[in-house]
Design a protein around this ligand. Structure first.
Ligand code: NCD
Ligand code: ZN
Length: 345
């Protein structure tokens, strides 16, 4: 098989930033994707419906005329979030979901949640209105090893939170462990999990062997090989609870190649070529459409995209090593293998 036609894919976890960065990276996603869940971790974060509407308009202004792309907005959950504002933003079609960051877990998460009791009324209002909660699933306790933070989050935060809030629809964002895979599978209709492109390709050696490689550093940090293999099995299994959320997270190169480098891999440019390579390696090209184009809309109760994309297999694909922004370059994720599938239409 050397030609693959898919419903246009969606990206269920994406960072577009703002200003010059937004203008530079939005076309990279809008080229292949129909929709994306837009992360709200700007500085300051997007916390009220009116802020999400204004951010949506700045994104719309950065989409090329030729593109067929719709941003799906989120609000950043804080301990001060007003349930009425949030529910109204959802009812009015401004937001699609709400993002939970444990305070301090990742880039721009300082305004996130410390005390989960404080957000209980919001979570209850969300369960009632059917608004999905997207979770950054890592605890931040200093005594918990960074490689264990996802598994501990599932046991000590996520599972109790779901038990305490029946009916709450939850997405485990960017799972990186076999524990994440197992928990997502056990959760029923109200639980989904996104998997990034890069976590299907790298394990923690990519970051640490042969010198420290900041462009492979992201959060949650890549784990052992056995976990990468569990993610590959999940993504290529066809199970409806797993869908693509690239977590493409651009940072200027000088802020990643730094004594305190930022977390995030920028994969918007070559994600579809990488995914086709990965699914082909695992003999699962027939499952790619489910993962990238069907399972996500199903969870979010949206129709799949009407339009299609076509990939063709051939000589190794050329893609830029970095994209330029007015403020400097952003390195494109290097999957450390040749890619043979190119999006042709
Ligand atoms: C993201 C970012 O840069 O905003 N970074 C990352 O490593 N994934 C934040 C996040 O999703 O954790
Ligand atoms: Zn993210």
């Amino acid at each position: 098989m050397d030609r693959l036609t898919l419903r246009r894919p969606d990206d269920w976890h994406l960072h577009l930033r703002d200003g010059e960065m937004l203008r530079a990276v939005t076309p990279e996603t809008a080229r292949h994707f129909g929709r994306a869940i837009i992360m709200p971790n700007l500085v300051p974060p997007v916390v009220r419906g009116a802020e999400a509407a204004a951010y949506r308009d700045r994104i719309l202004a950065a989409i090329p005329e030729s593109a067929d792309f719709k941003p799906l907005m989120t609000l950043y959950l804080t301990e001060d979030t007003d349930p009425a504002d949030l529910v109204a933003a959802h009812r009015d079609g401004i937001i699609t979901a709400v993002k939970l960051y444990p305070a301090g877990a990742t880039t721009n998460s300082a305004s996130g949640v410390r005390n989960f009791d404080k957000v209980r009324p919001v979570l209850e209002a969300m369960a009632e209105a059917g608004i999905p909660l997207c979770t950054h699933g890592e605890v931040v306790d200093s005594h918990v090893d960074i490689f264990d933070r996802e598994a501990v989050f599932i046991d000590t935060v996520l599972d109790p939170l779901r038990r305490n809030t029946p009916g709450l629809r939850v997405v485990m964002e960017h799972i990186t462990t076999s524990q994440g895979v197992d928990y997502a599978r056990s959760g029923g209709e109200d639980l989904g999990a996104t998997i990034t492109t890069h976590h299907l390709v790298i394990n923690r050696n990519a970051i640490l062997v042969g010198g420290i490689k900041p462009h492979y550093y992201c959060l949650p940090v890549a784990k052992r090989e056995e976990h990468r293999l569990a993610l590959r099995e999940a993504a290529t299994s066809g199970d409806a609870c797993f869908f693509l959320g690239t977590d493409s997270a651009p940072h200027l190169d000088h802020l990643k190649e730094n004594a305190c480098g930022c977390a995030g891999c920028f994969t918007a440019t070559n994600t579809m070529s990488i995914l086709a390579e990965v699914f082909e390696q695992d003999g699962a090209l027939d499952k790619l459409e489910g993962f990238a184009s069907l399972n996500g809309p199903r969870f979010y109760r949206l129709p799949p995209n009407e339009s299609q994309i076509v990939l063709e297999k051939g000589a190794p694909v050329d893609y830029p090593a970095h994209i330029d922004t007015v403020e400097g370059p952003v390195t494109v994720f290097d999957p450390m293998m040749p890619l043979h599938w190119r999006v042709v239409e």
